[in-house]
Design a protein. Structure first.
Length: 361
């Protein structure tokens, strides 16, 4: 199952990015994270009332719907133009945009836009190709940073161990009910982020996400510090639920959706497949590390140490996003590529002329 999810996740994100118009790419690109949050919520709810084997049979049906649904979906216009299948690309654009064959100007304009980006990537030597890849490393680096912050903020450790965390806090609320509440909050606010991401922009949501997560995780760590040091926490046992709900709100409005959306936007066409695979693999590797070592970290530094560590990483993410990530809201994939390409060319010119100042870097 992990192997198949690893294959389909980046492909799904790229497919959406290549098919939709720039003005709604944020909404539809975030839809994958929204439906993932819905899947987690549905799993929590069904899992409360069924055994594991029954749960597995029920949720496996989603794969059948995907198999049937993808049969009726067209190939993306970018993929078809890149392979010189122009007539199929025209039909794909007509279907995706709701255009008729008579609206030839709109179709031609979009194909020309895609073709220009494709031509910029073609007819290069091996050395030129390596040079282009080197210039494309900044988008890859940015994507890896976002994937790191997404996972090492502790999201999947909290999702997978929600019941254990509530039980350790001594809360009187049923563990399964608490997990369902957390899943519901994640779904609602991921949906809200999906709606506003094209209006507010990517950077501001990531920054807000980091701030909210920090101020949610810090009191959670403080609660466990007091509890583990024999302070009376009987009157504040509501803190873990409120903190985790606040944390889920913070994660949902930014880091739950935007890293994969950014990944699908900033990679150049020539390296989009391999860079997306690398970025997604790195994300899953970080997920593995966070979940696998959660229990061991709790044994070593207690719950408060783990949650304060996650809070520290959220704090570090704020200047990283502010200074490194450009805003991609409303830009076509070709405009985003040109943004990074122009930046690299400008930096190269400064180096060749004998100096590099702060503004050029």
């Amino acid at each position: 199952m992990g192997f198949m999810v690893g294959l389909t996740s980046p492909a799904a994100q790229l497919y959406i990015a290549e098919c939709v118009e720039p003005k709604i790419r944020g909404i539809l690109g975030s839809l994958t994270a929204t439906l993932m949050a819905l899947g987690i919520l549905v799993t929590y709810v069904i899992g409360k009332f069924t055994e594991c084997d029954v749960l597995a049979w029920i949720i496996s049906s989603s794969s059948v719907f995907m198999l049937v649904g993808m049969y009726f979906c067209p190939e993306s216009p970018s993929w078809l133009v890149y392979r010189k299948r122009m007539e199929e690309a025209r039909r794909s654009i007509c279907r995706l945009r709701g255009l008729s064959d008579t609206e030839d100007d709109e179709i031609t304009k979009e194909i020309d836009r895609i073709n220009e980006a494709v031509n910029n990537q073609e007819d290069v030597s091996v050395m030129k190709g390596l040079e282009q890849m080197a210039k494309s490393l900044k988008p890859l680096f940015l994507s890896l940073i976002l994937m790191f912050f997404q996972q090492f903020s502790g999201i999947n450790a909290i999702i997978f161990h929600a019941g254990t965390i509530f039980k350790a806090s001594g809360s009187s609320i049923d563990n399964n009910i608490s997990a369902i509440v957390v899943g519901a909050v994640q779904f609602v606010f991921t949906t809200a982020a999906m709606i506003i991401v094209d209006k507010s922009g990517r950077r501001i949501l990531l920054l807000l996400s980091s701030v909210v997560m920090f101020f949610s995780l810090f009191p959670l760590g403080l609660f466990f510090y007091l509890k583990n040091n024999n302070f009376n926490v009987g009157n504040i046992q509501w803190i873990p639920l409120i903190s985790i709900v606040g944390y889920m709100i913070g994660h949902s409005i930014g880091y739950n959706t935007i890293p994969f959306l950014i990944m699908s936007e900033i990679f150049p066409p020539s390296f989009r497949n391999i860079f997306s695979a690398l970025s997604s693999s790195f994300n899953l590797f970080c997920l593995f590390l966070v979940v696998f070592f959660y229990s061991s970290m709790v044994d070593c530094i207690n719950e408060e140490g783990v949650f304060w560590l996650y809070a520290s990483i959220c704090l570090i993410s704020i200047p990283s996003v502010y200074y490194l990530l450009p805003e991609t809201k409303g830009k076509s994939l070709e405009e985003v590529e040109k943004l990074f390409r122009n930046h690299s060319e400008k930096k190269t010119e400064c180096v060749n002329s004998g100096f590099v100042n702060d503004s050029s870097v």
